[in-house]
Design a protein around this ligand. Structure first.
Ligand code: SAM
Length: 291
């Protein structure tokens, strides 16, 4: 393990990047963490032990990666920017349980990575990431839709996105992302993070969230694809009433949308943002029920 480099020191990080002629790229969301306190909070929230695997998205200069390597049995980190290779070679020198995959996380076959963790004998796998903010939501959906068995996700996201992920029904921040996250996980805020914790500082405030995978879903859903179709339709046009939104989003006549809602006891004049997970499940289960 490389003991000399203190990557949370902005100066040491700048020197490391300069040694390898590395220039930060704004278009890749490269705001590197330089706050030991936040790093400690992320590591603690990961709950990783030496029998676990860790998937990191966007290792950057390796500050989080090194911490994960100390705690986990096996670490896989996916980085899009190949020009970070010499930087990571130096910062991760001696970390023999780390594999870097240079690729776009959205293109990576996550099932193959989970196979690697299984072959390494990992009991649980946690996803830990200081996410590139320009693609936070696509990355979360890529992980959700991959069908892989993550136990926990500890993610740094823009604070406004964190609020959307944790939002209860009824407010402006509650949307399809809130439902998608809360259907699968229990959400806790680990830390609020200010721009000064990064090099360079981003224009937005950030937060670290911990998503603890639910062992059973909070509501009974007969057909998940139908459930998420209803959710997407309900939020696609937020100003429309639920009956109109479902009619447009599901491609059914308004009369059918009203009948569907009447069968579930949900008022078609409501807006999607007022519906609980249980009400979405009820509508979706009724939709796929043979009449
Ligand atoms: N983990 C480092 C840290 O905390 O300092 C870097 C975090 S930085 C916010 C985001 C990282 O994600 C960058 O290293 C960036 O190059 C990488 N990245 C951006 N888009 C990506 C993509 N599509 N797939 C994989 N990595 C990506």
């Amino acid at each position: 393990m490389n003991d000399v480099l203190k990557l949370t020191s902005a100066r040491a990080l700048r020197d490391l990047m300069a040694r390898h002629g590395f220039q930060l790229k704004k278009q890749y969301g490269q705001n590197f963490l330089v706050d030991e306190r936040v790093l400690d909070a992320i590591a603690a929230a990961s709950g990783l032990t030496h029998s676990d695997g860790a998937l990191e998205i966007g290792p950057g200069a390796g500050v989080v990666t090194r911490r994960l390597a100390e705690r986990a049995k096996s670490v896989v980190a996916i980085e899009k920017d190949r020009s970070l290779a010499p930087v990571l070679a130096e910062s991760l020198k001696g970390c023999n349980n780390v594999e870097i995959v240079y690729d776009d996380v959205l293109e990576v076959d996550l099932a193959r990575i989970w196979k690697h963790f299984a072959e390494a004998g990992c009991e649980h796998v946690a996803v830990v990431a200081n996410l590139p903010y320009y693609i936070t939501t696509p990355i979360l959906f890529h992980l959700f839709d991959a069908g892989v068995d993550w136990a926990r996700m500890v993610v740094m996201v823009q604070r406004e996105v964190a609020q959307r992920m944790a939002a209860p029904p009824g407010g402006k921040t509650y949307g399809a992302l809130s439902v998608a996250v809360q259907y699968r996980a229990d959400v806790q805020t680990v830390a609020r993070v200010s721009p000064g914790s990064f090099l360079p500082p981003p224009d937005v405030e950030s937060a670290v969230l911990c998503l603890e995978r639910r062992l059973t879903t909070p509501v009974a859903v007969t057909d998940e694809a139908a459930f998420f179709r209803v959710v997407r339709a309900a939020f696609a046009t937020r100003r429309k009433t639920l009956a109109n939104a479902l009619s447009t989003g599901l491609g059914i006549p308004k009369e059918s949308a009203l009948t569907l809602l009447a069968r579930t006891g949900v008022d078609g004049g409501r807006r999607g943002e007022t519906l609980t997970l249980a009400e979405f499940a009820n509508i979706a289960n009724t939709l796929v029920q043979p009449s």
